[in-house]
Design a protein around this ligand. Structure first.
Ligand SMILES: [Zn+2]
Length: 59
């Protein structure tokens, strides 16, 4: 089981949907809530918060 998150590509400004595989809660410490995803819009790597879909460094 996985789920989709939606984030905004910082390069193109378009919303991108990305599928995240589910991981056990014990493997998700809060200090490591960001995952690297390959952006479908610009094909680059972005760091996205698993829960909120926000970009790393974005408020
Ligand atoms: Zn992008």
């Amino acid at each position: 089981m996985g789920r989709h998150i939606l984030f905004k590509c910082p390069r193109l400004g378009t919303n991108v949907q990305h599928w995240l595989p589910a991981t056990p809660p014990e493997n998700e410490p809060n200090s490591n809530a960001y995952v690297s995803v390959v952006c479908l819009a610009c094909t680059r790597l972005h760091f996205i918060h698993k829960e909120s879909g926000k970009l790393l460094g974005e408020e």
